[in-house]
Ligand binder design. Structure first.
Ligand code: PMP
Length: 434
């Protein structure tokens, strides 16, 4: 599809570029300082969890059932928190561990366990390369995706292999073809609900195919990061199939390792993080973790479950978050539609939850748009970050993170983004003719 700028006569295009440059000069003179870079809740949004901080005091009962949360013990997490973790992840409480204050470190640690130690009778991933003439271990990375996921596997020396996202989740035809043929492909990163950054939710068919597909690697793992499982913006929510039920039916439960945390429910980086997996994988992971952990912060677990005792309580709490987030997501949709709707310069996603909108401009535009926005005082997630190694081959994708700024600042930042996309698209159209 051609952009409006590609369709213009050259004189008209030159005039459009001049007009856009004049607008850019005006914006630059304003000296803006706005940030749409990372998916952080806004300060007032975080404040809704402050009452949790008053729950434990010097007089509080520090027991969860018969577990004394004020002392060592109960490595696997306190019973009430494991029950909640099971409800989040869709597996029995006994198949969960409630660990530290975030999920990313758990993902890092379990990837490290598969790498160093292997699991369920399979050799360490680390040993694969030497045993297979230097062939590297690989991980599938749906793109656009979450940069920190790709960072974990890259850090271990695993080769990240991009696979396209569709409206129903990652491209399953491609994935089935790849994993059936190549035993060096050991896993896939998934954010199955309100994915980061597309906001799409995997269809039931996608979930089923992921657990049912034959894999050449016997130790293929699905890293199921359900970070946004309760982060709905509307009463009508996206529904995600229960991967554990489907995997159990397919006899592939060891394949699934699920994660979540309360980072964007209570306090980012100071929530509770959890993992759910098959009994075998949980037992192995516990054994490895015990080499370096006596027990996690059970007092933090306790105040979390007293504040949010059930998944229903969590959902009520999330409605308060949605009050903050909905106007921001709606501002993104409105501003992009108003600014770019009839230009054929861009497409973007329309999430019903989560924290991000995925935006695609013309081929070869994203780096230039991000640089121009930075010059105009608007910080974006670095272009390319949504691809492994920061390399977006068509240079189109930008992740919009609307949660942190005020609605007013967000609107101002989106006006700048729209202007930058138009100027870059116009200049690309002009360069084609030079
Ligand atoms: N997973 C995904 C998909 C995320 O988007 C984020 C936060 N942006 C995290 C994990 C990090 O969560 P935590 O704070 O629990 O490490």
């Amino acid at each position: 599809m051609q952009t409006i700028y590609q369709k213009m006569e050259t004189t008209e295009l030159d005039a459009a570029i001049e007009a856009l440059k004049a607008e850019v000069a005006e914006v630059k003179a304003k000296g803006l300082a706005l940030d749409m870079a990372r998916g952080k809740p806004s300060p007032s949004q975080v404040d809704i969890s402050r009452p949790m901080l008053d729950i434990l005091n010097a007089d509080a009962d520090l027991h969860d059932g018969n577990v004394d949360c004020s002392n060592y013990g109960c490595f696997e997490g306190i019973p009430s928190a494991r029950k909640l973790a099971g409800e989040f992840l869709g597996c029995p409480a006994e198949q969960t561990l409630v660990l530290g204050s975030s999920s990313l470190l758990i993902e890092h640690d379990i990837a490290g366990m598969f790498w160093r130690c292997g699991s369920c009778g399979s050799e360490p991933w680390e040993a694969y390369e030497a045993a297979h003439d230097g062939k590297k271990v690989k991980f599938l990375c749906p793109v656009p995706g979450y940069d920190r996921h790709f960072g974990i596997t890259a850090d271990l020396g695993i080769e990240n292999v991009p696979v396209a996202m569709t409206d129903n989740g990652p491209d399953m035809d491609e994935i089935e073809r790849l994993v059936a043929a190549d035993d060096s492909i050991k896993g896939i990163w998934c954010v199955p609900k309100y994915s980061n950054p597309t906001g799409i939710t995997f269809s039931e068919d996608t979930v089923r195919r992921l657990v049912e597909m034959p894999t050449a690697a016997p130790d293929f793992r699905i890293f199921w990061d359900n970070a946004y499982c309760v982060h709905d913006l509307y009463d009508e929510t996206d529904e995600l199939a229960n991967i554990f039920d489907l995997a159990r039916a397919a006899g592939t439960e060891d394949r699934v390792v699920a994660f979540a945390s309360t980072s964007k429910i209570t306090f980012p980086g100071a929530g509770i993080g959890f993992i759910g997996a098959s009994p075998a994988v949980i037992a192995e992971f516990s054994k490895r973790l015990k080499a370096g952990l006596i027990s996690a912060d059970k007092l933090n677990q306790l105040r979390h479950v007293r504040f949010l005792p059930t998944i229903e309580a969590v959902k009520e709490h999330m409605k308060k978050h949605a009050e903050f987030l909905r106007p921001r997501f709606e501002a993104v949709e409105r501003k992009l539609t108003e600014g770019l709707g009839d230009t054929d310069c861009a497409t973007w996603t329309h999430p019903r939850g989560g924290y991000f909108v995925s935006f695609d401009g013309p081929e070869g535009s994203a780096q230039k748009v991000a640089a121009l926005c930075a010059d105009l005082g608007v910080k974006l997630t670095p272009a390319g970050a949504t691809w492994p190694y920061g390399k977006d081959p068509r240079d189109t994708n930008i992740r919009i993170a609307p949660s942190y700024p005020t609605v007013e600042d967000l609107e101002a930042a989106l006006d700048v983004l729209v202007l930058a996309v138009k100027l870059v698209a116009a200049e690309l159209a002009r360069a084609e003719r030079a």
